[in-house]
Structures are given as structure tokens and as C-alpha cells.
Design a protein. Sequence first.
Lengths: 351, 818
Amino acid sequence: MDLASVRDDLAALREQALAAIAAAVDLNGLEAVELSVLGRKQGQLTAVLRGIGALPAADRPTVGALANELRLELEAALAARRERLSGIALDVRLAAERLDASLPGRPLRRGSLHPIAETAREIARVFGQFGFVVYEGPEVETDRLNFEALNIPADHPARDLWDTFYVDVPATAGDRLVLRTHTSPGQIRVMEQTRPPIRALLPGRCYRHEAVDASHGFEFFQVEGLMVDEGTTLADLRGLLDEFAHAMFGAGRATRFRPGYYPFTEPSVAFDIGCVVCDGVGCPACGRSGWMTILGAGMVHPVVLRNGGIDPERFQGFAFGMGVDRIAMLRHGIHDLRSFLENDLRFLEQF
Amino acid sequence: MFVPLSWLREFVDVDLTPDQLAARLTLLGMEVRGLTRRGEDWRDVVVGELLEVGPHPSADRLSLTRVRVDDAGTTLSIVCGATNIAVGQRVPVALPGAVLPGDRSIERTTKMGVVSEGMLCSGDELGLTSDADGILILPAGSAVGRPLVALYGDTVLDVDVKPNRGDALSILGLAREIAAATGTPLRPPAISVPESGDTTAEHLSIRVEDAALCSRFVGRWIDGVTIGPSPLDVQLRLSAAGQRPVSNVVDASNYVMLELGKPVHTFDGAAVSGGAIDVRLARSGERLETLDHVLRELTPETLLIADDRGPLALAGVMGGASSEVGEGTTTVVVESAIFDPLSIRRTATRYALRSEASLRFEKGLDHAVALTAADRTAQLVAAWAGGRVARGVVDSAPTDPPARRVIFRPASVDRLLGLPIPVDEQRALLARVGVATEAAADGATVPVADGLDVPTRPADGALVAVVPGHRRDITIEADIVEEIARIRGYETIPAALPSTGMPGYRPDPRRAVDAMRDLLAGQGLAEVVTHGLVAGDDHERLGIAADDPATIRITNPVARDHVQLRRSLLPGLLRVVADNEHQRRADVAIFEVGSVHRMTDDGPVETGVLGIVLAGDWLPGAWDQVARPAEMADAVGIAAWLADRLGIGRLERLATEPWPSVEHPGRVAALRAVAADIVLGRAGELDPRLTAMADVRAERVAFVMLELEAIAAAMPAARMVTPIPRSQAVERDLAVVVDERRSAGEVETVIREAAGAMLADVVLFDRYRGAPLGADEISLAYRLRLQADANLTEDSVDTVLAEVVAALVARCGARLRA
């Protein structure tokens, strides 16, 4: 062995190895090439290096340097080829994974919130901005709170405004139980448990002894509002209701304040908004008047304040009550009240 | 109340279109619910004169007429089936091409071989009266050829008069409102009674047993009357106002009731024994056949009009058959009384006889109108039925009580309305509704509320409002304020925003409920709202007997399926499932938040409940995914997730006694919030027998029932954070074999206790039964995640695991799975 022949061998090895690397078509083939050239046991370059001991001592560093140089070159070639081949393999895999772009996604369950409950929450949100806090009262209510304390004595003609369900529970201390016909008894309950300033909101389910049709049901939902303080006026009520109407039915919605009648308010108010169907022009939905009544209200009757333990000479306030069903119907274009309790998913899933 | 505009115009000049008038009344608080234009749907209907009435050549029951339909002498040949026609009469004629109500077109036709050039109309065909048998015979002087709409067209307003305004439940009352609002003078009807001969007192005497029940009784006597129909325009007017014409005398009393708002009754004078009328309560055992020919047993609280032979009428509610004014009547007793509103309301309710009359008595009446109405009735009877009106009246209380004086402080108007109105303007507004004002005397008291009178101070400048007798609704200061605002117009009240004190913070009682609603909807459940009232059957299916003492029942139900307050949300939820399955939905997942009710020794108890029901596919199917139906584990999973999201933390599932025939006997768990140690409710599956009875098709129905109060109690006000350890966690799997009756919950508890503080989490990841395990054995595989402040060493992990295994062996009879 002499230096020249080693040089030749390395040159040949280089040629052959580079050709083999270039010829490898996959990562396995490339690994085989790597083993045959650089492998610890059978690698051809390894064999060359092993033979260095047979060379004259003076040539050994030269050959070592040459072999090392070749090793680095081949390693670089291998790495480059490996990268190239991996890229191709990934391209192949990705190409095989191609999906029809128009396929639908996996469905999630739909889920929905009932329009009655959502409307009640929306109402509470609006009045909540004005400091109104939520209270709750029972569905089975005493005659005293449902009627008497609200200035509706027994056998009063005004009782005709509320057709009442009675329950088979014996009266206690002459106080018969009824299913509340409105959320108004909550006014007394709030006054009995807190002192002015009062800003209270009372949502709840109510019952009336009525035949069912598209706009009446024997079960329905109301939200009652009560505000009591020194100097609370009808003008405050009007401002607040205007804000409410604009929040629920659009900033440009016309509103109207007119006399109403409730035994528990004086003065009493009926509050109208411009018809949501015809915007006030007049259509069958609003009885051609251009207006739709959305709630009743008024200044709390002094008798009611007194029944709630509040001095009507010092404090005054207003109350309002609205049908959540009606607000929801007007807001969402629902024509039949019965939709709410039918719970057809085709209806519910629109909310 | 139905108000023909033509009638209203007798008492007030209305310079407004019907729509404007309706809007005006509505803004006064007399809401107009609708407008009907009578005659709007008549086209080419004119007055005709019958020139000939002869037999139809080929039909016995028909007549052939010749009718003149204009001044030029145009005649038409018309076939007619009615028998009340005669030559010379004026009748409504629908010309060929005419249109009648209901879009009914009238054309030239051939009837039984004879050409008929139009039609003679009945009152019913025109929508004028309810008489469909005879042709409407018009007054003799009616101008031939005049369009009928020009004579009888009218607009009828449907006015919603509120219960406190009985005074406005009349044409005159509403005219008074319009006069006040528009500043036009009111023209009350001109009442003059053509009296002659002897006096009423010679024929009639009145004895009122209790003036508290009958504060006034005015009687009149008319003899020599001839009963017959009222004039046509009266009949039409009554029909338009919703009152069926009967006869001239009866129509007179109904006319007065509508016109003045004062119910009046007429008796056949011959039926009043000795002319002596008693107003008294019924005696036990008395009976009366009322006008509707029902023989009624009278209860002792019933106020009667009677004579010495017995009851004649239910006072203020309904007359008696024996004294009814009918064809043979020649003398008439007019009763115009004022009864106690409460007594009338109770009687009308007791006998289920609420009428237009009782409705007005209930609301209370002006003392003075009793006399006015008696006079007006006598005047109309004399005009329409002839006869002689005896001179004077008999009157049990001729003196009108003094006008009510309501003292008010002008400043209260601004105080309540937030709108300053000068005192002079206040007085002027009140004057428009007939309320006079004067300065109040020193020391006068203001009626603030019934039973609360507040002394005035000189600085108040208090005024007295002198209220006319018909305004029984004005009794306190706030009523005066309302009246001022009403007449001025509520539209003039400004809109302000409250600038007064704010209430203190109050936690929203719906916080937890709203959070749960959002979470469940986010998980794909649909919120439902079902009836609070359910059927007795619904409860019986839950094993709650029909007479269960804890069920609260409605004593006056309106629908058979809604008679009891629900004890559970399940009946309503199952109905929703069945209804939607009927609409081919096989993936019903719903929830409801609502109250259930039960009766206890301490009274009714209302409990807020969250109910979830899953029926059918829970995991939705897709093109590469098979749908999977819901079962107990899904329900439990939802409950656990919900508890976690609400900050309640881990739920423990406890074996519990199933609710027989409601819950699946082998698939139900009680859910306990571990941190708060509160049982929140239950989850599992329903007994298929129950779901089948509810017509639910799904094979399995999974459910969750949680009590809202328990949830609120278990929810922390705020979540407290545990710092994230910086050390590495170690996971180890552990599979043990236990007896299959051993609960996984118990095994998990033992693992938690034995592993102690180092255990961060434990998850059951596999459950296996079958070979090579024994027949009664089950393998439970857990993944334990261990964590400590410092990184764990192999030794310490092994030690803990050994302790866990030892505890499982000792307490659960477990062995490690090979």
C-alpha cells in the first residue's frame, strides 16, 4: 500500500458512494448506502481508515485528513438526500390524504334557550342597567297578597280583570290560596322585606282561568317592576319605559303614554309602542291604530304602599307589569302564544 | 261596550273622523278596541216601494212582487219567499249587481221559471237585526231610491270601559267624556214625561226593608199601553249596541240602560198584587221562576223585588216570568232602583246570571240617575207604546246625598307626575269634567288613602274638589291627580330618568340558573318550558295516587289535562319528547328549569328544579360517525360537568333506592357534591314502562333531576385557585379485580383515601368482565396521577402504590390483575 493507491481508492469510493446516495429512492435505501459506506463494521470508508496503520508513519496524517474530509462530504450528501427523500414521502402521504373540500363537518348538538326565559333575562338586563334587582315570589299565593293588599277587595268588580284558579288547600286565618294571577303580589313582598330606595324586578309564571287561543293561555309569564323612593314620579316612569322600549324594539320606536286602570296604581298608565308590523301606519296586527300595548303601569296606590308598610306621605313610586310572552311575540314575530308551551324543537332551535 | 256613533252624536258634536275619535277616546283611557262600519259592506241596496205582491205562478211558498226603486218610476220584478210583505210597504231592495255582507253578490236570476231582478232583504241579510224570517219593513215615509247606507249606515265603536268607570258605561257617559276632552258642550237627552190623570202613588207603593241594600227605589205607573215592536230606528240602534230588540216596553228600558247607564226594569202591572212592592231578602224555601224560565231556589242572601204573594224578580239581576211584560200587558210598572253593588254581584255570581244590568249595578250608580231613568223610561214607553203615565213617582229616597268633597293639595300634582301644572289650570281641567273647586277650610284633611287622612297646612293652599254624583271613582287625592293628568293628556307628561337613591347590592337569585341554562344550551340541549298544571293521570303514572294529600289541586280547572300543580317536571318533559318524536326527531335532549309543588303540614312548598331528559341519539350521527343513543353515563357525565363548571367540584355517585315504576330499577344514582357535602339530586334512566305510557319511543331515556336550592348552597361565592405544582407528576395504571357487586365508587374512595395527599387525580379508564376472570368478578383499571411539591422518587411512588393495593385488598377484597 502506498499513498497514491490510497488516494485512488478514496477517489473511487467517493465516486461510487455519491452515485449510490443519488440513486437511493427511499429512506431505507439511503440507510443501506450509509451503512455500506460509513457503517462501523462493514463501511468501506471505515475499512480504508482501518488500513491506515499499514502506511508509512509520514503518510498517515495525510490519509487521515483525506478520509475525514470524504466522510464529512458523504455525511452532508446523505443528509441532503435524506431531507429530499423525506419531503417526497410526506408529499406522497399528504397527497393520499386529500379530502373532498365540500364535505360537511362533524355536527355538534344544536342547543337552544327558550324564548320566554331569554326574553325575561333580556328584560332584567335592561332594567338592571338602571339599578333594578331581581326578587322572586311563589306561584301559589295568598288571596291577601294577590288581591286584598293590592286594593282589590273581595267581590270588587275589578276582580273580573283576573279570572282566578283556586286550589284545594284549606284557608289559613281566612286567607284563601290562589295561583297568582299576576306578579304584582311581589310588590308587597318586596316592600315587606326591604326599605326604600326600592328598585325591584319580579319575573315569574302566572296563571289565569282563561280558555286557550292564539293570544291567551291559562299559564303565562310576567315581569313586574317596582320603584319606590322620595320623589319618584310618573315622569321617571315614562323615561324609564321609553328606554326599555328602545332597548327591546329599536332606538327609533315610537312610544305612547295613556291612561289605564289598575286598582293598585293611581294614576294608572297603559304604555304603547308603535306597531312592530306596520311602524305606526295601521294594519290588522294593531287593529289599524298603529299602536300596540306592551305593558300596564302607574304610580303605586297609596293603599298599596301602606299595605307594604311604607308611609305614602313620605315615599311614592311606580310599578309596571308586562307579559313576557307578549314582548317575546312582538320581538321575534311569533304569532301564536301556544308555540311557547308546545316546545316543538323546530321552533325552539331558532333561538 | 258597543257605541253607535249616530247615538253618541245626539249628545255631543263630534268634529272628528271615526278613527280620530277612536284615538281620542283611547287617549282618555276609554280604549277603543275596534271600529265596525255598518253599511260599508252594502252596495246598491236602496229603498223600494212594493207596488204589487202576487202569487208566484209555479211555487206556493213564493210571491212575485213588483217594486219601484227610484223616483223615475223604474220598477223591478222580484221573487220573494217572505210572508210579511204587503203592497205599499217600503223595503230594502238589493238591485242586480248589489253586494251584501259576507261578499254576497245579488244578480238577475230565474227562480222556478220566473225572472227575479234583485232581492228584497231581511234585517239579518243586511247585518242590521237578527231577524232572518221576514223582510225588513222600513218606515212608510222612507224616500224611494235612497241608498240604504245613507239612512242606516253607522259606525259602531267597541269601547273597553274600565271597571272603575261605571259612569262611562253608557252613551251619555262617553259623550260626557268627549265633551270634556274636546271642550264641546254636552246635550243631555231632553226628558219630559207626558203625565196625566191620577198619581202613581194611587197605584203603587214601595217598602224597602233595608236601605243599605236598596238606597233608592223610584217607581212609575203607566196604563193603557199597547205592546208591539219598537220603531225601526230604535230596534236598529239597540241591535248595533248589542241588545236584541224585544218589544216597545222592554226596548224602552234597555234603551235607557244603554243611554244613561242606569238599568231599569219593567213589570206587568197586573202581576203586582195590590201594587205593593217589597224590596227584601229572600226567605228560606222561596222560589222564583226567572225570565229564562228556570225555577230557582232562593238563598236568604238574595235581594228580591216581591209583592204580598211572593218574589217577583231577583233585584238588579233578572226579572221573574210571572210579571214579565208580554203581549197581553196593558199596565206597566217601571222600577228604577239603586241596589248595593256587593249584593248584586254576589247574587249574579251565585245564580250565574251576570247581565248588562247586574254589571252596571255592581259598579255603583249615582243616586240622582234613578229618577232621571224612571222619567226617561216613562217618556219612551209613552212614545212607543202609547198609554197614560200616572202623575209623579213613588220614591223611597227622594233626597240626593250631598256631593262628595275631596280635598287635595295642588302641589301633589307635580309631586306625583313630575310635571308642574299651575293651580288655575288644574281647576280649569277639573271643571271640564264637572268637578268644581273651592278653597279648603283650615284644618281640612286630605284623603291620601282609604283610612289615611292627613291634615292640611296653610302653605298647602289645599282645594276642595266637589265631585259630581256619577264620578264614584274619585275618592282620594291621587284620583284628582289622575283626573287632571287625564284631561290634560298623558302625552304632556315629560320623560325623565330617575335621579333618586339607588338600592344596595342584592345578589341575583337567578345567577346559578342562568349559568346552568347557558352551559346546557352550549352542550347542545334545548331549553323547554312546560305547563305547571298537569293531568291527574300524569301523577298517577308516577305512582302518585289521585287522592294523594301532598298534591295541590285546582278547584275550578279550565282544561281536563291541567288540574293539578306538577309534583315533578317529568310528565311535561316526557310529553315534549313524545311530541318531538312524533315529528320524527330521534335526538331529543332537553332541559327545563321550573317549580314543582307539594302540600305539607306547614302549607304549600314550591321547589325549584332543573330537569334534564335525553332520549335517543346523544352523539349525533355523521357521514363518518355512527350516532350513539344516550344512557345513564351520559346523564351522569352532564351532571358532573355541570357541577364542575359551576365551581361545585367533584360529584360522588351513590347507590340509592329507585323511585318505583319511575326510575330504572338498576340504573339510578344520587349525586352528592363532595366538597359541600350536599346531595344535589339524581341521575339515571327512566323505567321503560313509564316512558311507554308517555308514548315515548326511545328505548332508553336518561335523566338528571337537580334541586336549585341545593345547587345554590353547594356553589362557592368564588373559586379558590390551587397553585400549579412545579414538580413533575407521575402516572401509574392500576388494574384490580373485585367482586362485581362491589361499587366502582367505593373502590375509588379507597384509592383516594389510601393514596392521600399525593393523589392529584384518579380516572377509571377500563372496566372489564369475562374470561379469564371468574364469573362474579370484574376488573377495574384506574390511572392514578401522583404529585408532590418536589419531584417524586421511584421509591416514594412505589410506596404509595403498595399502600393503595394493600388497602384495596383489605377493604375491597381486591386482587391485582396479572
